[in-house]
Design a protein around this ligand. Sequence first.
Ligand code: FRU
Length: 496
Amino acid sequence: MSELLDKAREYEAAREKQILPQDRPAFHLSPRAGWMNDPNGFCFYNGKYHLFYQYHPYRTVWDLMYWGHAVSTDLLHWDYLPAALAPDMPYDCAGCFSGSALTLPDGRHALYYTGVQKELCPDGIERDVQTQNIAVGDGINYTKYEGNPVLTDADLPDGGSRVDFRDPKAWQEADGTYRMLAANKNSFDGSQLLLFKSIDGFDWKFESVFDSNRDRIGKMWECPDFFSLDGKYILLSSAQDMLPQGLEYHNGNGNFYITGTFDEKTGQFREEGNHAIDCGIDFYAAQTVVTPDGRRVMIGWLQNWDTCSGYKPPVPWFGQMTVPRELSLRSDGILIQNPVREIENLRNNRVAYDDVVVDNTETALPGVEGRCVDLTVEIEVADPQDLYRKFAVRFAKNEKYHTDVSFRPAESVLKIDRKFAGSRRAIVHQRRAEVSHENGRIKLRLILDRFSAEIFVNDGEKVMTAAVFTEQEAREITFLAEGKAKIRVVKYDLDC
Ligand code: FRU
């Protein structure tokens, strides 16, 4: 083991002990120490889910990247393992960036990741150069492959950038051969996703330009994932430098999925439709795993790069993962996401109310409160002739703070607003999304953990996610309307 990795492992073990469990999310993964960004290498290996993550153990800011590591048997209770990768080789000395994991035929575990190296270019400017690399191990300790880097600028098609070439997603095909998608900036239309092929998982050859952004959906596409689901193929990616598009995409870093078909002969993805994966404020770099019982489960970074710099939440760590979400594809091409069913095992203290009419006086319901809750609210009109103008559920609330999720049926717009959640920075605090409803009938499921809110709309056809760092004493939940709305409420505490 390298000295760099050894030192990080020692440091994180000591630092973890200084962070009180109540200062972390209850069932969302946060970094063992320091900083976390993208999920990496999400997989099921030797009887456990493994989740690695972009990691800087020493400070709560993005810096030299390591891979942190945690395991779980239910995707909700995570145990930390020692950091898996340190930037300890010449080809990754400026960082071990994002990637994926595979089980090799001999049972060993392979991590595919981007190595970053600084290079002084002829114009006198120092730039990152990115290559793809492999580390092989047993689920705890990994040795970097002696043939690294396995993909370099020599493998790029014309116009591909050696500075932005990253985030390998590797998988095995039914015939036993391997494929890899990697993100790459190009000199013509923004960025492209490149498909590589390997017979043994180690020796890779360029196959095709799988898809490219053609000046739409942001500029640099990052962190691809690709899989078939319910008869279609789905590409997940996150994009830098987005321009807004209606309420679907927003300025800055965003996330999207594209449905389509895959032409095996040309190695090209034929797009059908694209949408945001998550329409909230904080979601990026999603990855998926297939569970032993065949579910496709996705996890994302519960943050956004645009809200990171200059914003220091009042916690001794930075970055958390979303709740893992089961995916399915509806026949109209909409990706349906719901919290993994394992979350039902955390449910306690059921409280339910039927046919509560709410109006412009804030309504609190006895037993409906808390910061770790699974709360379903079904909203409809109180009088069929009289559509309410607005309905809101207000949570993480005390006399000083609150966050609102509000719905205006006439506009079909759902909004999350954390302006009064306690932040003292001018980061994005509000986001709106278009949602479907029938005469004001809509279903919201709120998954609240200590430092986050995830809103699943109409059984998962839209999701809005936001980090919420309000003091934990703010635990009230109330309901209000402009006009009159009738609601059914079911609330569980989520215990970890
Ligand atoms: C996305 C990303 C990846 C990169 C990593 C670096 O969030 O920029 O493209 O591998 O973060 O930490």
